[in-house]
Design a binder for this molecule. Structure first.
Ligand SMILES: Nc1ncnc2c1ncn2[C@@H]1O[C@H](COP(=O)(O)OP(=O)(O)OP(=O)(O)O)[C@@H](O)[C@H]1O
Length: 245
């Protein structure tokens, strides 16, 4: 499939997902739960489609020059004063300039101290890349403990975001990442030396509260990815609030 049809393919996929949601029965609790799971799954699907379709960013580049596009941007990554290792990682991913959401959100997230922020923009406009870059920028590698914590609604999304962190941090090898997901068992009493932790709410809560692998007081950047899905899922909402406190 031609790589420059990426934006078109994503649009078609989103339109199809919207028409499917029409078919779900109204006023049913089960349907409601299923819809929330579907939204997390759909987000993952979007990401997988994008990473499989995009092996060059020509289309993004064209959209970034169109003032009507949400990817339109006037700034450059240089203006954001990123660490050279991160700038190298960003360019190696084929990003030439920040998207609109990145241009608006990054200065706040890169500020010292980082500012609290709720960001919403349509799928595929660069939110994940923005908060990953913010986490990577805020880490102090000499401090061998978790400083950034990212909660994802599902195991698969956590792994997917982890891949972006690894990719963007490729030229920053001293920076380490841990996955707080089911199946990743650590010895009791152990402390984590990785700088960034990404995981699902249940396991992260265990690592913070029960097992005390992470000291939440030392967390500088806390990311709640897919916050709308998290809030809509009762268990995740409670766990996320407890971790945030
Ligand atoms: N500044 C940029 N320049 C070029 N490509 C970019 C840029 N930022 C992100 N991308 C690419 O665009 C795609 C979408 O980015 P990303 O996953 O960050 O979007 P998102 O808003 O988090 O999507 P979703 O809402 O589905 O979670 C990815 O393939 C990513 O590598």
């Amino acid at each position: 499939m031609a790589t420059d049809s990426w934006a078109l393919a994503v649009d078609e996929q989103e339109a199809a997902a919207e028409s499917v949601s029409y078919l779900q029965p109204a006023n049913s609790e089960k349907a409601d739960e299923e819809e929330k799971e579907d939204r997390a799954a759909q987000s993952l699907l979007n990401k997988l489609i994008r990473s499989n379709l995009v092996d060059n960013t020509n289309q993004v580049e064209v959209l970034q020059r169109d003032p009507n596009s949400p990817l339109y941007s006037v700034k450059s990554f240089e203006e954001l004063r990123l660490k050279p290792q991160l700038l190298q990682g960003v360019y190696a991913m084929g990003f030439n300039r920040p998207s609109k959401i990145q241009e608006n959100a990054l200065p706040l997230m890169l500020a010292e101290p980082p500012q609290n922020l709720i960001a919403q923009s349509q799928s595929g406009t660069g939110k994940t890349a923005a908060f990953v870059l913010a986490m990577l920028s805020q880490v102090e590698p000499a401090n061998r403990y978790p400083q950034c914590l990212c909660l994802s609604p599902t195991y698969e999304l956590a792994l997917q975001t982890g891949k972006v962190i690894e990719q963007m941090g490729k030229f920053y090898p001293e920076l380490k990442l841990a996955y707080a997901v089911r199946g990743n068992k650590l010895e009791r009493g152990q402390k984590i030396s990785e700088h960034i932790v990404i995981g699902t709410p249940g396991t992260v809560l265990d690592w913070c509260a029960k097992l005390k692998f992470i000291d939440p007081k030392k967390i500088k950047v806390f990311v709640l990815d897919e916050a709308d899905v998290m809030i809509a899922t009762q268990g995740h909402q409670d766990q996320s609030i407890r971790i945030q406190r």
